[in-house]
Design a protein around this ligand. Sequence first.
Ligand code: CMP
Length: 138
Amino acid sequence: MSNLTFGIIKPDAVKNGHTGKIIDRILADGFEIRAMKLIHQTKKQAEGFYAVHSERPFFGELTEFMSSAPCVVLCLEKENAVPEWRNLMGATNPAEADEGTLRKEFATSLGENAVHGSDSDDNAAIEIAYFFSKLELV
Ligand code: CMP
């Protein structure tokens, strides 16, 4: 298990003013922030990031949404970072997310679900490198 994972505070959560509250929850849960920046992705950048979903019917909607407004990208450190961050986020569909999770509290729909997190150590390494250079990891 790696100690690093990648996260996004998605455009819905940023627009709705939840960035600070989500960062508070990340720190309270014992993560250290190794890197963080506010970005506004182009459609092409979002398509590259979510390339694994390119054949899925929701790909267009997903990449439109992710490039529609600013989001916050994060590199997070904690022991067992990937499952720990996924636990804090909750289920992809907020209707199925447990009480106390970020998606239960802040997400509005399956598409606009407040946060993203890597699903494996291998993908965490790929996703961190997609948005951060080594020099940006503190
Ligand atoms: P995320 O963890 O960012 O990974 C891929 C995203 O695709 C997911 O969160 C959802 O926001 C989105 N997604 C997954 N399934 C669907 C779906 N059936 N319809 C629309 N969006 C989806």
